[in-house]
Structure formats: C-alpha cells, structure tokens
Write a protein that binds this ligand. Structure first.
Ligand code: ADP
Length: 247
C-alpha cells in the first residue's frame, strides 16, 4: 500500500513549544473505515496530535495529508470543510435548544453567507436529522431541551452534530469519560457503526473500552510512537508495560 492510499498520512511531524518537542518526528497512517485508538500516559502528546490534525496547533515541521490534501497549510475552518470533525471532551451543544434544533443548526449551509441565508429546511435535511438522531439513540428525544439530557446523551448529541456534517475523519477525545456502563456499551456500538462509513481516531484511557472498539492501537510516549498494533500486541509489549507500570 502506498502512503497516498491512506485517508490520513502523517509524516515526520514535530511541534516544539519553547524548544520542548511535544510531538517528535511522528509517522502515523490511518486507513479508510479504520477505528484507531491513541493511548499513552499524560503528557505523551495525544491531544497535541489531534490539535495539529484539526489545525488548532501549527506543526513546527512535517506533513499531515488528508485524502492527499496538506492540512498543515490549511486554516481550521478549511480543515472542517475538507471533512475532518473533532469532538472535544466537554460537549459544545446549545443547551437551550432542542435536540432537533442542535442537529439542524449543525447542518452544512454552503460555503458563503448567501448559502447560509438561503438555507431552508427541506425533506432531505429532515431525513438526515432523523437518521442521525436514530444512530445516536436520541430519536425519541428530538423535542427535548438539550440541557436536560443526561451526560452521556449530551456526548452523543455532539457526535451527532459532527455526523450531520458528514466528516470522512472523526476525532474524539475520551468519548466515554463519565458515562455509565450501559452508555459505554452503546457508545462502543455507535463507534463501530460510524466507522462503517468513515475513519475514526479516538483518544481513550479506559482500556476495557479500547479493547471493545480498537482496530489498531497506537501508544504514544514523549511525543513518539512507543508501540503499535492490535490491543493484544501492545498490551504484551514490554516497553508499554514498563511505561504504564513504571518499572
Ligand atoms: P496528552 O494529551 O498525551 O496528555 P498533550 O498533548 O496535552 O499530552 O501534551 C504533551 C506535552 O506538550 C505536555 O508536556 C504539555 O504540557 C505540552 N504542551 C501541550 N500544548 C502546549 C502549549 N500550547 N504550550 C506549551 N506546552 C504545551
């Protein structure tokens, strides 16, 4: 497989903050329909990598190619338009609006102010909102004020708001933090369904959850890849055990 066949191809990516390399010569390749989990101790550089993919943090050097497009040269809003969605740990939903309105407001409205003004709710928009609401377990709660949802439901709503934009790469930062056991199971099922149509990168600390969802796991340590492979492979890797257990 050549590097251009990957949805995401990161090569020799480095970012320095006052001389400190938070990400140091990283190479990372993500396939179409792959669900990649990035793990690693605090400070390993996980968040910084996602920040660089979505354009929030600019790389010091290296390349991030998404479907052949060089993301390091693009602004955040251009990266979103190119098809990269990012969910942060704290949901950014509109608490005073209904579930339906939150999904509707997230619908892509064209690239111009004119496009946004001309936006009309069509049958297609309605159908897509219902499809997404069904996917995120909220189809019976479309009229409910988002602020009244449970913590887990709010997380799903934000995932739904990203799905409405139909990203080809979805990145999630600790999606099950604070969720109940049942909500974690539902989130695992949701992520498995999401990656049937797109690629997903998840940062996660909950190893039981990682086991359930990961196609491949990348272990970051001090800005570099310490180990990579299936969950079984990285779990039995001496270097990973050493870093996690501190021997
Ligand atoms: P992780 O998500 O794996 O816990 P981070 O990516 O948040 O790690 O951070 C990696 C390292 O980079 C940490 O040492 C952190 O303090 C440092 N870092 C991240 N962002 C900045 C920044 N904007 N300025 C200075 N240092 C930063």
């Amino acid at each position: 497989m050549s590097n251009t066949d990957f949805v995401l191809a990161i090569e020799d990516l480095t970012v320095s903050f006052d001389g400190f390399k938070a990400v140091d010569g990283l190479n990372l390749y993500v396939d179409k329909n792959e669900l990649r989990v990035v793990i690693g101790p605090n400070g390993a550089g996980k968040t910084t990598v996602l920040d660089m993919i979505c354009g929030k943090t600019k790389a010091t050097s290296g390349s991030i190619k998404f479907k052949g497009m060089e993301l390091t040269k693009m602004a955040e809003h251009q990266i979103v338009r190119a098809g990269v969605g990012r969910k942060f740990q704290t949901p950014s939903i509109y608490e005073n609006l209904s579930v339906f309105e939150n999904l509707e407001i997230s619908f892509p409205r064209g690239r111009t102010v004119f496009g946004a003004l001309m936006f009309k709710r069509t049958a297609d928009v309605d159908q897509r909102i219902h499809e997404v609401a069904d996917m995120i377990y909220l189809s019976d709660l479309l009229d409910k004020e988002a602020g009244l949802l449970s913590h887990g439901q709010k997380q799903w709503l934000e995932i739904g708001m990203l799905l409405i934009q139909d990203p080809e790469l979805l990145m999630l930062d600790e999606p099950v933090a604070g969720m109940s056991v049942r909500e974690r199971e539902q989130t695992a099922d949701l992520l498995n369904r999401i990656c049937q149509d797109r690629s997903v990168i998840v940062i996660e600390h909950d190893m039981e959850f990682v086991k359930r969802i990961a196609h491949k796991v990348t272990v970051l340590h001090q800005g570099k890849i310490l180990s990579q492979g299936t969950m079984e492979q990285v779990q039995s890797d001496e270097r990973v055990i050493e870093v996690y257990l501190g021997h």
